[in-house]
Ligand binder design. Structure first.
Ligand SMILES: C[S@@+](CC[C@H](N)C(=O)[O-])C[C@H]1O[C@@H](n2cnc3c(N)ncnc32)[C@H](O)[C@@H]1O
Length: 705
C-alpha cells in the first residue's frame, strides 16, 4: 500500500528574512535589507564567474529510486518508538501523476505558507566544486573587511535554498574544503557558527541546581561594551579557587532572594544556554545591573548555601513531613475538582527553573500541576503526588494519574499493584496504567485487506475489554510541520497524521510506524478507543485500547473524530483530481483578484473624470450602475448641492480661501459617514458613497490645484 508516492522533487528553504536574526548587529531594517541585497548580487556575480571555470559535469545521477527512502512495495519503515524530527527544510512533493504541474503546486504552497517553509528553487544549478569556490571567495571578503558573516550566509541561502538553511551553510564549508581544497587553506577562513541552543544546562541535585560559572581571571579579552566588564577584573580577584577558569556552584531551586525576585527571569535566562554568558544576559536585563554586578550576585548566591553537600536530597523533618502530607491532600482535592479539560493542559515537558512553580513564573511550563518528572524542589506546592486508586481502578477515569495523562508512578501511587504475576485473577489487578513504564507496548495487530478502505488492521490474538493492543508510532512533528504536511497529503491517497493533545504536534505514520497505522475509521461502531500518555522525557504516546472482548482476526477501527458532515469529503476524494482542482481553484482566485484590481483602477479613474463634470451627469452615471443611489442623493443635497450655483460660490471661495475648502471637504465627509451609518446600506452602495465623496473632494479641492 501507499507505495512510491514520494518522488524527489526538491525545493527548499524559507525565503522569509527574519530580521530578529540580525538584531544585535548595528543595522536597522533598511540597512539589513541593503546589506543582504549587496551580498546577493556579489554571490550571483561570483557564481556566474565560477560556473564558467567549474562547469557542472554531467554526473551519473543516481536513480531516483536509490534516493528514495521508501521502497516500492514497502511504503513505510517498521519502527518501535516515535522519532522526534525537526521541521523539514526541504519539501518532498508527493508525486501525483505526469499530467500534474508539480512546479505550480510547489509555487502555490510557497505562497500559502511563506512563514513555514518556502519552496524555492536554487537560482543556479551548480556543482559542489563551484559552490565551494563561491563560498571561499566570499568568506575571504568577510574576513578581509571583518564583515558580519550572518548576512553572507543568509544571502547564500536565499540564492541556494535547496542547499540548506543559513545555519547549515555555515557548517558545510569545512566538508567542502576537505573535498576540494588539497592544502586545506580554506579552513582558516573561520566559518560562522550559530551555536545558540535552547537546551537548559541545569543539572539537578535534589533541591539544588548546579552549574559552571565562568571566572574572570583566565580571560584576557572581552567584547563586552561595559567599561566594568567582569572579565576585565583584576586577576587578583578575591575568588580563591584559581585552579580552573570555571567554578561549579550550587544554588537552591527555590532561591528566594527577598525583594529581588525579579532576578529570577535573569537567572533562568542565564542558565538556559550551555555556556552562561553574563555579558549577553546583562544586556537583555539592563535594569538589573552591569555584567560585573550580576556575576557577583550569582556567586553570592552560592555562598549562602548552608547545608552540607552530602545532604542532597535531604530527608524531611517530622514537622515538614506533616506539612507535606497536608499539601498532598490539598493537591488531590484540587485535581478532583478540576475539569477534565483543565487537566488536559498538564505539561508535556517537565519544568526546570529557579523560583516557585506555577503560572506566576513565566519560566514554569506547568499551568495546573507539576508532573512527577518536573525538576522543582521538594516543597513545590504544585507537585503531583500520584494516585490512591483501589487495585483494578488504575487507568480508569477514577485514576488521578490517568486523568493527568500520566502513567502510575511506582513508589508514589499508594495502592498500585504493579508486579507481574502468572495468577490470572491477580493479573487482573495488575496496574493497567503502567504499560509504557513496564515494557515496550506489544503491537497485537497485523495489516490485511480491509472491508472498509484499502489496507486495514486486524487482531493477531484474542483480547479483552481494556487491553492495550498497540501504540501508534510515527515521526513526532510540530504543529507547523503538520500544517505543511497536511497540505501535501491532499495529493496523497492516505493520511497518517495522528494529533497529540495540548498543541504538542502530531505523530506522522507515513514513513515509519507499525500496523496501528492501518487502523481505519468508524464513527458508528469503533471497537478501539485511544488514550494518551505523557512520559518523563516529555515524550508522548498514543495507545489503542480494546473497547470490548474480541477474537483474533477482527478488523479494528477507531473514531477519527471528524465532524459527521466532513467524513464523506475526507474519504471520497480522488487525489489526482484534487491536485488539478487545487491548481484550478488557485488560478480562479488569481483571476478574481486581478478583476477586483482592474475594477478599482477603473473606479478611481471614473471618480477623477467625474470631478470635472456637472452634477447632473455625475448623478446619471452613478444611477446607471446603482439605481439605489438616486434615493440617497438627498443626503448630499442636504449638505451642499453641487448642481446649485452655490457650487460656484464655493469654488470661488476655495480658490481664495483654503480653510473654506478644507471645511467643505470635512463637512461633506462627516455628513456622508453619518448618512451611511444611519441607513445601513449595502456594501456596494457604501462604496458608491465613498466614490461620490471623492467626487466632492475633487470638485472642491480641484480649483485649488
Ligand atoms: C491511517 S490510514 C488507514 C489505513 C489506510 N486504509 C491504508 O490503506 O493505508 C487513513 C486513511 O485511510 C482511509 N480511510 C480510513 N477510514 C476510512 C473510511 N471509513 N472510509 C474511507 N476511507 C477511510 C483514508 O484514506 C484515510 O486517509
Amino acid at each position: 500500500m501507499c507505495v512510491k508516492r514520494y518522488k524527489n522533487f526538491q525545493y527548499g528553504g524559507n525565503k522569509e528574512i527574519k530580521f530578529a536574526e540580525f538584531q544585535g548587529t548595528s543595522m536597522n531594517k533598511n540597512q539589513t535589507s541593503k546589506e543582504i541585497d549587496r551580498w546577493k548580487n556579489k554571490i550571483r556575480e561570483r557564481t556566474e564567474q565560477f560556473m564558467k571555470q567549474y562547469p557542472k559535469v554531467v554526473e551519473m545521477e543516481s536513480d531516483d529510486d536509490d534516493d528514495d527512502e521508501i521502497e516500492e512495495g514497502c511504503g513505510y519503515k517498521i519502527a518501535y518508538e516515535n522519532v522526534k524530527i525537526p521541521d523539514e527544510e526541504t519539501l518532498i512533493m508527493p508525486y501525483v501523476n505526469e499530467n500534474v504541474d508539480h512546479d505550480k503546486i510547489a509555487e502555490i504552497l510557497q505562497q500559502t505558507y511563506p512563514s513555514i517553509v518556502g519552496y524555492h528553487k536554487n537560482e543556479y544549478d551548480i556543482s559542489d566544486r563551484c559552490f565551494f569556490h563561491v563560498m571561499k571567495k566570499c568568506l575571504q571578503e568577510v574576513n578581509k573587511y571583518k564583515l558580519d558573516p550572518k548576512f553572507f550566509y543568509h544571502s547564500l541561502y536565499l540564492i541556494f535554498p535547496i542547499r540548506g538553511s543559513a545555519n547549515k551553510m555555515s557548517q558545510i564549508f569545512p566538508t567542502l574544503a576537505e573535498k576540494f581544497d588539497a592544502r586545506l587553506d580554506a579552513l582558516t577562513l573561520e566559518p560562522w557558527k550559530n551555536d545558540e541552543t535552547d537546551t537548559k544546562s541545569f543539572s539537578s541535585h535534589g533541591n539544588h541546581f548546579s552549574y559552571c560559572v565562568p571566572l574572570p581571571y583566565k580571560v584576557d579579552d572581552s567584547n563586552c561594551k561595559s567599561t566594568e566588564c567582569f572579565k576585565r577584573e583584576d586577576r587578583t580577584t578575591p575568588i580563591d579557587r584559581k585552579d580552573s577558569d570555571r567554578l561549579q556552584i550550587f544554588v537552591k531551586k527555590s532561591v528566594n532572594i527577598k525583594g529581588r525576585e525579579h532576578f529570577l527571569p535573569f537567572m533562568n535566562h542565564l542558565f538556559s544556554t550551555k555556556d552562561p554568558d553574563f555579558c549577553r544576559a546583562a544586556k537583555k536585563f539592563e535594569t538589573l545591573g552591569t555584567c560585573k554586578e550580576l556575576h557577583e550576585f550569582v556567586l553570592g548566591l552560592e555562598m549562602r548555601i548552608t547545608e552540607p553537600m552530602e545532604a542532597f536530597p535531604r530527608k524531611l523533618s517530622p514537622n515538614e513531613r506533616y506539612r507535606f502530607h497536608e499539601r498532598r491532600e490539598d493537591v488531590e482535592k484540587e485535581i478532583a475538582e478540576k475539569s477534565e479539560q483543565e487537566l488536559e493542559s498538564s505539561p508535556a515537558n517537565p519544568c526546570t527553573h529557579f523560583g516557585p512553580c506555577g503560572p506566576g513564573n513565566e519560566d514554569c511550563s506547568c499551568k495546573n500541576f507539576c508532573s512527577p518528572f518536573c525538576q522543582c524542589d521538594i516543597n513545590c506546592k504544585l507537585r503531583f503526588q500520584g494516585c490512591k486508586c483501589k487495585p483494578g481502578e488504575c487507568g480508569t477515569n477514577r485514576c488521578h494519574c490517568a486523568n493527568q495523562w500520566l502513567e502510575c508512578i511506582p513508589g508514589r501511587c499508594t495502592n498500585c499493584c504493579s508486579e507481574e504475576t502468572k495468577d490470572s485473577n491477580a493479573q487482573k489487578l495488575v496496574c493497567k496504567n503502567s504499560i509504557l513504564s513496564r515494557k515496550a507496548v506489544p503491537c497485537l495487530l497485523k495489516s490485511g485487506k480491509s472491508k472498509i478502505a484499502g489496507t486495514g488492521a486486524f487482531l493477531t490474538v484474542d483480547v479483552e475489554k481494556g487491553d492495550c493492543v498497540g501504540e501508534y508510532i510515527g515521526h513526532h512533528i510540530s504543529m507547523e510541520e503538520t500544517e505543511r504536511r497536511d497540505e501535501l497529503y491532499k495529493f496523497a491517497a492516505n493520511n497518517y497524521l495522528f494529533q497529540l493533545p495540548n498543541g504538542q504536534g502530531n505523530l506522522d505514520g507515513a514513513l515509519i510506524g507499525n500496523a496501528t497505522r492501518f487502523v481505519n475509521h468508524s464513527s458508528e461502531n469503533p471497537n478501539l478507543s485511544t488514550t494518551y500518555r505523557n512520559m518523563l522525557n516529555g515524550n508522548s504516546h498514543i495507545l489503542f485500547i480494546a473497547e470490548m472482548d474480541m477474537k483474533a482476526g477482527t478488523e479494528v477501527t477507531i473514531d477519527y473524530g471528524y465532524p459527521k458532515e466532513c467524513e464523506k469529503v475526507m474519504f471520497t476524494y480522488n487525489h489526482e483530481k484534487k491536485a488539478q482542482k487545487y491548481i484550478d481553484e488557485y488560478d480562479e482566485e488569481c483571476q478574481e483578484i486581478e478583476k477586483e484590481q482592474r475594477k478599482k483602477n477603473r473606479k478611481s479613474y471614473w471618480a477623477s473624470y467625474m470631478a470635472i463634470q456637472p452634477m447632473e451627469i455625475v448623478s446619471r452615471e452613478i444611477a446607471k450602475f446603482e439605481p439605489e443611489i438616486l434615493t440617497s442623493n438627498a443626503a448630499y443635497y442636504g449638505i451642499i448641492n453641487l448642481s446649485d450655483p452655490s457650487q460656484v460660490v464655493f469654488n470661488v471661495l476655495s480658490v481664495t480661501s483654503a480653510p473654506v475648502d478644507i471645511v467643505v471637504t470635512l463637512l461633506c465627509r462627516w455628513r456622508t459617514i453619518a448618512y451611511t451609518r444611519k441607513h445601513h446600506q449595502s456594501e456596494a452602495l457604501e462604496k458608491l458613497h465613498k466614490s461620490r465623496e471623492l467626487v466632492f473632494s475633487c470638485q472642491t479641492i480641484g480649483p485649488l490645484m
